[in-house]
Design a protein around this ligand. Sequence first.
Ligand code: AMP
Length: 218
Amino acid sequence: MNIVFLGPPGAGKGTQAQRLAAKLGIPQVSTGAILRRAVDEGTPMGRRAKSLMDAGQLVPDEILTELIRDALARPDARDGVVFDGYPRNEAQAAVLDRLLSNIDRRVDAVVLVDAPEEVIVARLAGRRSCPRCGAVFHLEAAPPERPGKCDMCGANLIQRDDDGPETIRDRMKVYREWTAGLEERYGRAGLLLKVDGSGGTPDEVFDLVCDAVEGRRR
Ligand code: AMP
């Protein structure tokens, strides 16, 4: 299955995408994580993306097209991909449709993880992530076993540069302006599965995600 995760920043889409990919045994392609790695490594792509990411703005579409093309060419992507953070506008959605149809595939389901703005701001302020393996924690809701250390790989956890209150507001604005319209696009296509990301623990939300995706597979 090729599954897209949509949702405002901080609603929990990355966490849920990671879990679903592990459960289905297919890769999670997180464009934000790939871009952050490129920034850290100082690659030409990272240097182009950095200031836009720091400002909470979208990185140019052609950079993302390259990333997605590479991701789909990976051998482990043969049986499907969980897309986390892509597409983020209409043009990217059209590119994704085209790249998938070139290999006789299509978007099979779109999971929208949504949450109200006040929940999002509180979540992002406490979010800590692993720069090495991408695992995500929260100081209150999902603390790591050893403070400041990743449970998966032991690396030191960090707060993302774009998780400050000002940038959070800019990222929400960008979501509303560019990405929220995709909810309608995928809704019209009968692909949209809505999950409330604010109600319960990450485990409870994951149950909702699994139920929704299972319903579509049947
Ligand atoms: P995320 O981790 O998904 O919140 O992404 C972090 C940042 O990476 C975003 O605020 C954008 O600057 C950039 N980014 C990630 N995915 C995309 C995309 N599909 N299109 C444009 N920019 C992106």
